[in-house]
Ligand binder design. Structure first.
Ligand SMILES: Nc1ncnc2c1ncn2[C@@H]1O[C@H](COP(=O)(O)OP(=O)(O)OP(=O)(O)O)[C@@H](O)[C@H]1O
Ligand SMILES: [Mg+2]
Length: 391
């Protein structure tokens, strides 16, 4: 039985039914749509031991895709080791996390963990610490000086365990671009590559955002991970997919939206995965039975308002030329920003100033560059900018 109540001052309905739209965490079954080709390609890579480098701008769906594929491929013979570099401070922490995750993924019982930690380390002396729940809270640590001399032992741990147990492993590392925060990122990458390239039973899936940074790790010939594996650029989910996803999600919860309005929602946020889900969710909670354009427009206003403090702060931190660059983008100029006409129109100074502004905006993750054209990275910010920044 669905209970609902209309608030006096706004359009929100308290509804006991759960929203079919999910955002803010990765999705893999519920709330997951399409990606059929990408699932197939990644699945093939995992099953055939091909390394993958997966890149996309923020919140397009990398973690969700990998999570989905992991669910589809993992078996006793094909195990997945998952790590996330977010928040890892240095190389030493990476080794600790890699060793712990590898042992956890390949042994099921506490006794096996301890035995594995002893069996597979010859030079290093692992320190095992247990949390309140020893079945799940278990961590391996090392002495940093010992590690400096014998880090290879940790890097080769997945391969040794896989050989010993006659299994295949896929090591998935999320937010891979964060290694650039380590003290000597280049040396670290060289260390990884030189060990990993010999692995037979283990393949690696490295993924992350900050597209320009990820690309610089994999695309430059001088970089250790150049030609390490299959480079996948994740695209946006197509409009038609979004429309049918939105329409059937409303349907399944007893509410209605027509194709035109579902298309309108996806178009407003330029098919950006996170925002399609978020805006659809806002529309869903404001709808009693049938979605109207007014409901969508109000939901959008709401979202813009929710984000406006953040957007104001981002905008205030811009230099004059960065602001001018974004103004040009907001007006629809995506290429030829260094041309004389654009420079004159937006008082951008010189082509060197344009290049500098572009680099700074990339570093601030406010823009992305695809096929030599610049775009706002966040479609909601673009909408906000178009509305509220004087041009
Ligand atoms: N295949 C999908 N179907 C439907 N929605 C999706 C899909 N993939 C992602 N999303 C939506 O986009 C949001 C962001 O997805 P996810 O966290 O996987 O992206 P990401 O690229 O890993 O992001 P980040 O760059 O922040 O790590 C999800 O919370 C979900 O709302
Ligand atoms: Mg992610």
């Amino acid at each position: 039985m669905v209970t609902k109540k209309r608030f006096a001052n706004n359009n929100l309905y308290i509804c006991s039914m759960k929203s079919p739209f999910l955002f803010g965490r990765s999705v893999s079954t519920e709330g997951f749509t399409n990606r059929k080709k990408e699932i197939k390609r990644l699945k093939n890579n995992f099953q055939h031991g091909v390394n993958t480098l997966l890149i996309s701008p923020r919140r397009w769906g990398k973690s969700s895709l990998v999570k989905r594929v992991i669910q589809e491929v993992s078996t006793k013979k094909l195990r997945i080791v998952q790590l996330d570099l977010l928040g890892l401070q240095d190389e030493a922490e990476f080794y600790k996390v890699l060793a712990t995750a590898t042992i956890k993924a390949t042994s099921s019982k506490f006794e096996e963990w301890v035995a594995a930690s002893k069996e597979f380390f010859k030079q290093l002396t692992p320190k095992i610490s247990l949390g309140p729940d020893p079945i799940h809270d278990f961590e391996i640590g090392f002495d940093w000086q010992e590690l400096e001399r014998n880090y290879q032992e940790v890097l080769n741990l997945p391969e040794r365990i896989a050989q010993n147990k006659g299994i295949q492993l896929v090591v998935c590392i999320d937010e891979f671009q964060n290694l650039t925060n380590f003290r000597n990122p280049l040396l670290f990458q060289k260390r990884l590559r030189s060990e990993w390239q010999h692995h037979q039973r283990v393949c690696y899936c490295l993924y992350g955002s900050q597209q320009h940074m990820m690309m610089s790790l994999f695309e430059r010939q001088s970089m250790p991970f150049y030609k390490f594996g299959d480079v996948m650029y994740l695209n946006k989910i197509g409009r038609a997919e979004w429309v049918s996803f939105i329409v059937s999600a409303f349907d399944s919860t007893g509410k209605r939206i027509n194709d035109t309005l579902a298309d309108y929602i996806a178009a407003l946020v330029q098919d950006h995965s996170y925002y399609v889900q978020q805006l659809s969710h806002m529309v869903w909670i404001s709808t009693e039975k049938i979605v109207t354009q007014l409901i969508v427009d109000e939901a959008l206003e709401n979202l813009l308002e929710q984000n406006s403090i953040l957007y104001m702060r981002d905008t205030e931190s811009l230099s004059g030329s960065q602001l001018a660059y974004l103004k040009a983008l907001a007006d629809g100029v995506s290429s030829g920003l260094s041309s004389k006409v654009v420079i004159d129109n937006y008082r951008l100074g010189s082509s060197a100033t344009v290049a500098k502004a572009k680099k700074a905006l990339l570093n601030k993750e406010l823009i992305e560059v695809r096929n030599n054209q610049s775009y706002f990275l966040d479609p909601m910010y673009e909408l906000w900018f178009q509305r509220f920044v004087q041009r």
